[in-house]
Write a protein of this length. Structure first.
Length: 599
C-alpha cells in the first residue's frame, strides 16, 4: 500500500467514502440523515460526528460502537468512516460530479416499504445504473407496519425476531414487493443478511428512520462495500492540491457570495489560490475564509467558525471574491503561480467536455447544474430528440423569444429541469401559445410529459391530415341489405380496408364513378366516418341498385390524383397496413389504362 499504508499508520492515505442518499419525496431521506447525525449527538459522544458544510462524517469508531462495540471488528477496517452528503436526492448526486463521473462513491436509495416504488425511486436507480455507482436500498418506515413493536436503534434482525408471526408475514409481503420492483428495473436484490455476493445482488436493509431500527446495519454494510469494492478508489494525496466539486453557490448574511464545496482530494488552506469552473473563462481567486459549522450545530442555522485548512474528504464553505458565476457541479482546484496556467487549462477542458453537442434544430434544454443538464440530455438523446440548445440556468424572457422564432411546433419548446421560469418569461409565455415549457424536478416526468404532448400533437396532425385529404377505402355491399334502390340508394356495407366519410365519391373496380356518399348510420344513428370492420347503412346519391351497383359489389372511395400522390409518396409510412393495401388496390385500378396516374 506504500509508506502511508505501513503498520501503525493503517489506512491513513484513504479518504472517507462519500455517500449520497436518494429516493422519492417523503420516503424518509432527510429522516434517515437526521437519525444518522442525531443518534450519536444525542448520546453525547463528543467528536463522534463531525459536521461539515453540506456533509456529515461518521467515524469508524462510531459505526463499530453502533454495531455492538466489538474492537476486533474495528481492526478489520481500513476505511476511516463515511461522509454523508446532507442534501438528499438525485439532484445532489448529479451535481456532485468528478472527472465526468459521479463524485459519490456509494448511494443509499430510500423506499417507503408501505408505498413501494415511485417515480423518483425509478429515476434514482436509472442514474445509479448510468454512473455504475454501488448502492444499497433501505425499506424505510417498518415501524408503521400494523402491529410492529419497535426497539430503538436496534439492528434489524434483533427487532425482527421480536415480532409476532402475523406481523412478520405482513412485513415479508411488503418487503418482497420492493424486491420484485427492483427485479423489474433490472436489479437482482435480496435482504442483506441473505446475500452471499454483494457484487451480483443489491442488498436491501429494512429500517426505521424514526426509531433507528436497522441503522447499524446500513452503516456496517456501507462500510463493508467501501472496503471490499472501493478501497483502490479511495486513495488520496493529503498533501496534494485541494480538489473538489462546487455543491452550491449562495449568499450568506455578513459573508456575501459563498460556495459550498465537497473536497475529495488534497488540502485547501486559507489564502490559497483556487481555479473554479464557470460557463465562461474559469474563475481564478483567493480563499478569503474556510468555514465550518459550529460544533453540534445544524448547517442550516448558518453559524460558522473559521478554520485554517481542510483536507479530503470533507465539506466546507468558501468565502472568496468574484465567485458569483461559479457553477454548481463544477470543479475547484488549488493552484500556485507556477501551476496556474496548467490548472486553468484543465478546468477549461472539463467545462468544454460537458458542453453539449447540439443540433442545427431541435428543442431547448435548461437545468440547474452541469450534472443534471448532462442527465437531461442523456435521457432525451435516448428517445432520439434533437437538441438545439442546452444550458444551465433559469428560463429567461430571451429563451421564450428565441423559441417563438422556431417555425416547427415540435421544436418551439423548452424542457426545464429543477429551474424557475422567470416572471418576465412567464408574462411573455402567457401571450404566446406557440411556445411550450415543460418543468419538473423529476427528469422522467418531463420525458413523459414531452412524449404525451408529442403523441397528442401527432394525433391532432393525423386528424387534420385525414380531414383535408380523401383517404382510401374499400367496402362491400352486403347481400340482402338493400334498403332503398335509388334517390339515394341505401344499402348495408362492410368496410374491408381504410375509412370513408360523407360527401366522398365512390367508384367500382373498373374505375367508373357510381355515386357520392350522402349519409352513414349505425343502428339508426348518424356517424361522420366508417372504418375497417364496421358494418353501416350507407346512402349513395346517383346510384341505382341493380344498374350501376349490385349486391356484393366491391367499391372504392374515389381518391383525387393530388391526394393519391401525397398518400403514396409522402405519407405512405404513416398509413396502417389495411390503408396501404387499400391504396395499392386503388392505384392498380387507376393505372390499368393510365400507368403514370398519380406519379
Amino acid at each position: 500500500m506504500g509508506e502511508k499504508g505501513e503498520k501503525g499508520n493503517k489506512g491513513s492515505n484513504l479518504r472517507t467514502p462519500i455517500v449520497c442518499v436518494m429516493g422519492h419525496v417523503d420516503h424518509g431521506k432527510t429522516t434517515l440523515l437526521d437519525r444518522i447525525r442525531g443518534s450519536t449527538i444525542a448520546a453525547g459522544e463528543a467528536g463522534a460526528i463531525t459536521q461539515h458544510i453540506g456533509a456529515t462524517e461518521v467515524t469508524i469508531d462510531v459505526i463499530v460502537d453502533k454495531c455492538g462495540g466489538d474492537k476486533r471488528l474495528r481492526d478489520k477496517f481500513v476505511v476511516p468512516g463515511l461522509l454523508f452528503i446532507d442534501t438528499p436526492g438525485h439532484h445532489a448526486f448529479t451535481t456532485l460530479r468528478s472527472r465526468g463521473g459521479a463524485l459519490a462513491d456509494l448511494a443509499v436509495v430510500v423506499v417507503d416499504i408501505n408505498e413501494g416504488f415511485k417515480p423518483q425511486t425509478i429515476e434514482s436507480l436509472h442514474i445509479l445504473k448510468r454512473f455504475k455507482t454501488p448502492f444499497i436500498v433501505v425499506t424505510n418506515k417498518i415501524d408503521r407496519i400494523v402491529g410492529w413493536k419497535s426497539t430503538k436503534d436496534a439492528p434489524f434482525l434483533a427487532t425482527y425476531n421480536k415480532q409476532t408471526d402475523d406481523v412478520k408475514e405482513l412485513f415479508e409481503k411488503k418487503f418482497y414487493e420492493v424486491i420484485g420492483s427492483l427485479y423489474e428495473q433490472g436489479f437482482p436484490a435480496e435482504r442483506y443478511d441473505r446475500i452471499t455476493d454483494f457484487q451480483k445482488t443489491v442488498g436491501v436493509v429494512p429500517i426505521s428512520g424514526m426509531t433507528g431500527e436497522g441503522i447499524p446495519d446500513v452503516l456496517m454494510i456501507l462500510l463493508g462495500l467501501a472496503q471490499k469494492f472501493l478501497e483502490s478508489d479511495l486513495h488520496c494525496d493529503i498533501n496534494g492540491p485541494g480538489t473538489g466539486t462546487v455543491l452550491e453557490v449562495k449568499e450568506e448574511k455578513g459573508l456575501g457570495i459563498t460556495m459550498d464545496v465537497i473536497l475529495y482530494d488534497g488540502t485547501l488552506k486559507k489564502g490559497d489560490m483556487v481555479v473554479i469552473g464557470c460557463l465562461g473563462e474559469p474563475i481564478v481567486t483567493k480563499i478569503r475564509a474556510l468555514l465550518k459549522p459550529q460544533e453540534l450545530k445544524e448547517m442550516r442555522e448558518s453559524k460558522f467558525r473559521q478554520v485554517p485548512k481542510v483536507s479530503a474528504a470533507s465539506g466546507v464553505k468558501i468565502s472568496a471574491p468574484d465567485i458569483a458565476n461559479a457553477l454548481s457541479g463544477a470543479t475547484i482546484i488549488q493552484a500556485t503561480e507556477e501551476t496556474r496556467d496548467e490548472v486553468v487549462e484543465r478546468i477549461r477542458k472539463e467545462i468544454d467536455d460537458v458542453q453539449i453537442q447540439t443540433d442545427a434544430d431541435g428543442v431547448m434544454i435548461k437545468a440547474d447544474t452541469i450534472g443534471s443538464l448532462e442527465a437531461m440530455v442523456h435521457e432525451f438523446r435516448k428517445i432520439d430528440v434533437r437538441i438545439r440548445k442546452a444550458e444551465v440556468g433559469d428560463v429567461s424572457r430571451h429563451d421564450i423569444m428565441e423559441a417563438a422564432t422556431i417555425s416547427d411546433p415540435k421544436h418551439s419548446m423548452i424542457l426545464a429541469f429543477n429551474v424557475k421560469v422567470n416572471p418576465d418569461a412567464l408574462e411573455l409565455l402567457d401571450k404566446n401559445d406557440q411556445v411550450h415549457v415543460f418543468t419538473s424536478d423529476v427528469i422522467y416526468r418531463i420525458v413523459d410529459d414531452y412524449q404525451d404532448y408529442m403523441k397528442a400533437m401527432d394525433e391532432a396532425a393525423e386528424q387534420a391530415f385525414a380531414e383535408n385529404i380523401t383517404m382510401p377505402c374499400r367496402f362491400k355491399i352486403l347481400p340482402g341489405c338493400v334498403f332503398r334502390q335509388s334517390k339515394p340508394a341505401v344499402v348495408g356495407i362492410r368496410i374491408l380496408g381504410g375509412s370513408i366519410r360523407n360527401n366522398t365519391e365512390v367508384i367500382n373496380d373498373s374505375g367508373t364513378v357510381v355515386g357520392t356518399v350522402k349519409g352513414l348510420e349505425i343502428d339508426g344513428k348518424k356517424v361522420p366516418k366508417a372504418t375497417i370492420g364496421m358494418e353501416v347503412a350507407m346512402a349513395i346519391d346517383g346510384a341505382t341498385i341493380g344498374r350501376q351497383v349490385k349486391e356484393e359489389d366491391i367499391l372504392f372511395s374515389n381518391v383525387p390524383e393530388k391526394d393519391a400522390k401525397v398518400l403514396e409518396f409522402e405519407s405512405y409510412d404513416n398509413l396502417s397496413n389495411d390503408e396501404k393495401e387499400t391504396l395499392d388496390a386503388y392505384l392498380t385500378i387507376r393505372r390499368q389504362d393510365r400507368p403514370f396516374w398519380g406519379k
